[in-house]
Design a protein around this ligand. Structure first.
Ligand code: 4NP
Length: 164
């Protein structure tokens, strides 16, 4: 899980992006989140996973890699993995790409775990470009949603009292 360490210290947030196959939307969201966090000097650890095991160990889908590269995000080194119950303890925030992913995640959640799980785009799904073929549209939505999420994370960390 590469981490944007832009200043000394421990990562303030660990974020997991989740979709179905972990080869289109969530790798793209991971790359955009890492890229925009870096650009803002934010220290965030980012990873992604799929609810299915269909593409374990595979790189992101070629058209997704190319669309992301066109906007300056290199997601080619990512490899698909399946989300596990242990991820609920490893991450501070889990962002689902659609309502099906969200429901699957809630079924996987260990009892007593309270990690926030939410749709990346707030109140809407990121349509799956594996089926729609609209990779640019998915990127538009993911970039806008990630920018909003980063603003929320920045506000939350600004409002939190310093621990020392
Ligand atoms: P993703 O898209 O969930 O955004 O990675 C998919 C990729 C592959 C498949 C389904 C969704 N598939 O059926 O193989």
């Amino acid at each position: 899980m590469p981490c944007n360490r832009v200043r000394e210290g421990v990562a303030v947030k660990r974020v997991l992006c989740v979709c179905l196959g972990n080869i289109c939307r969530s790798p793209t969201a991971e790359g955009v989140l890492r890229g925009l966090a870096d650009a803002r000097g934010l220290e965030i650890a980012v990873d992604s996973a799929g609810t299915s095991d269909w593409h374990l160990g595979n790189p992101p889908y070629g058209p997704a890699i190319r669309a992301a590269a066109g906007r300056g995000y290199d997601i080619s080194a990512q490899r698909a993995r399946q989300v596990s119950p242990a991820d609920f303890d490893r991450f501070d925030l889990i962002l689902a790409m659609d309502a099906d992913n969200l429901a699957d995640l809630e079924r996987l959640r260990p009892s007593a775990n309270t990690t926030p799980v939410a749709l990346l785009a707030g109140d809407r799904d990121v349509p799956d470009p594996y089926y729609t073929r609209d990779f640019e549209g998915a990127l538009d939505l993911i970039e806008d949603a990630v920018a909003l999420r980063l603003g929320q994370l920045q506000n939350a960390s600004a409002a939190r009292p310093k621990s020392r």
